[in-house]
Design a protein around this ligand. Structure first.
Ligand SMILES: [Ca+2]
Length: 505
């Protein structure tokens, strides 16, 4: 009897469901049938149209049966969003402010959602429109809305199919406006050819105790083509170093007052895998804010260019940091063989693991790279003397007993007779435009690279700064520099440096 009763209810339910579907089918005569797994609900307005209801001031109460649909473009999985998600349709995007956390479990990126807006409020946060559960009274005149309470979320937000396509719109920064109704706000956009600014290259995505505002820019018009990437210090990528190369970024666009800003879902949205813009002779600073040691292996020089804080100089002297040096082929993208005789700083294979007679094919295929230099005799274009590998440290605040180690590599062992020898010194100076460099004692005491048979070498060098650079709050320049002319006659050597290591207490 129990069973029969249950069956009876089930069949009655099935009948109602069938009837309901029939009615919906009739109503949906001119619209697409629901996708598999879709709830029987349809949007009756677009995000663009409903956003237009708010123009300024106090939030707008939604009192009609408006329903929007949208795909989640950003959730809270990485922690970069907190108590909000972004949804978008083909007309625009909007934020939903939601109490609670871990919303990605119910509303992951790519899920279609239907939002019954009746009873919600549409307001803004410094220009970015958002739906909330109520009016945020202290900020009512600024358009403040409160979080939608957890127990009301299921009533308003109906979950649809997962894994819906999201195609970020390729835009330029000038297409992104700070207009309240901007169609790109709270949608996924894509910028191409962007990279982190020189000043931000040595930073992590967020600051220690605050959100990070990092500038990304392209290679051309820096005044116009740059924008802030804002990342929460609560995101799971907050402490990761920013990406070093150039390329595409996918992000949700928003603005805060007059500041245009981007939010990434996580660092897979940052695809800066190409060589940086051609400021080839160096930019940025080395930050010793992490734990000792700080190591530079140059292995990504072909894609990321010079690491932040590494500079190449020519016409350097004991009283002058040097001018920007010529970089062979204008950048470090292409590996160059050790016996290439042209002037310039180069992307060489490291000596480590190779032999003096390793072919150029083997050299070019080696993943272990070194920063190289080849002088010529023409001083007026940056030849011998005055070549320098320079490192700019932001400061040594709170640090003591700085020590530098590196491999000095003598790379061109070709030829049948001896060539010239370059003698290198390590020196340092403090401040922006120092006029006096202090030379240090090195181990070994004499550092040289030479051309010719039997001269192929990779020499570990150690340099201690003693207490000279303890707790310096200014920028510090450290150079590996050829202050004097080469000696001997014939070809000049190809010189490389690798595995540069700064350590401290
Ligand atoms: Ca290396």
């Amino acid at each position: 009897m129990q069973l029969n009763l249950k069956n009876k209810w089930i069949s009655r339910g099935a009948l109602l469901l069938t009837a309901g579907l029939f009615i919906i089918s009739c109503q949906k005569k001119f619209t697409e049938p629901p996708l598999p797994g879709e709830p029987g609900i349809v949007a009756n307005t677009s995000i663009k149209d409903v956003k237009a209801r708010y123009t300024s001031g106090v939030p707008v109460a939604i009192t009609d049966d408006a329903v929007i649909e949208g795909v989640v473009s950003c959730d809270d999985k990485s922690g970069n969003y907190y108590q909000q998600i972004a949804i978008q349709d083909s007309t625009g995007g909007v934020l939903l402010r939601l109490a609670g956390s871990n919303h990605f479990n119910n509303y992951p990126v790519g899920r279609k959602l239907y939002v019954k807006l009746k009873g919600l409020y549409l307001g803004q946060y410094n220009g970015t429109l958002q739906f909330g559960g109520g009016v945020d009274t202290p900020y009512i005149n600024q358009g403040g809305v409160t979080l939608l309470a957890a127990n009301l979320q299921d009533q308003h937000i109906i979950k649809g199919a997962l894994n819906q396509p999201l195609v970020p719109k390729l835009v330029t920064v000038s297409q992104l406006t700070t207009s309240l109704q901007d169609k790109y706000v709270s949608t996924l956009i894509k910028l191409a050819g962007y990279e982190f600014s020189s000043a931000d290259r040595s930073k992590a995505y967020a600051d220690d105790a605050a959100s990070g505002n990092r500038i990304i820019q392209d290679c051309s018009n820096l005044a116009a083509n740059k924008i802030t990437l804002r990342s929460s210090n609560y995101s799971n990528f907050a402490t990761l170093p920013v990406s070093q190369g150039n390329g595409e970024i996918i992000a949700v666009y928003s603005f805060f007052g007059s500041t245009k800003q981007l939010t990434i879902r996580d660092t897979t949205d940052v695809r800066f895998n190409n060589p940086r813009c051609p400021t080839a002779s160096g930019d940025g600073q080395i930050s010793l804010s992490g734990s000792s040691p700080f190591v530079i292996n140059f292995d990504n020089i072909g894609t990321a260019g010079l690491p932040a804080g590494v500079y190449v100089k020519q016409e350097a002297s004991s009283g002058f940091i040097g001018n920007e040096a010529t970089v062979y082929n204008t950048n470090f993208n292409t590996p160059t063989a050790w016996n290439q005789t042209s002037l310039g700083f180069k992307n060489f294979a490291s000596a480590t693991g190779l032999a003096f007679n390793s072919s150029s094919t083997v050299q070019n295929a080696s993943t272990n790279r070194a920063l190289g230099a080849r002088q010529t005799g023409t001083a007026s274009v940056g030849g011998d003397p005055g070549y320098a590998f320079a490192f700019q440290l932001a400061n040594t605040s709170g640090k003591s007993n700085l020590q530098l180690e590196f491999l000095l590599q003598s790379l061109d062992g070709s030829g049948s007779s001896a060539g010239r020898t370059t003698t290198w010194k390590v020196d340092y100076a403090i401040g922006d435009n120092p006029v006096s460099f202090t030379t240090l004692t090195t181990s070994p005491a004499t550092l040289s690279t030479s051309f010719g048979p039997g001269m192929f070498a990779s020499t570990p060098v150690t340099v201690s700064f003693g207490s000279a650079l303890n707790n310096i709050s200014q920028k510090i320049w450290i150079r590996i520099v050829a202050l004097g002319n080469t000696t001997g006659s014939g070809n000049r050597p190809s010189t490389g440096i690798d595995d540069v290591k700064f350590s401290w207490n």
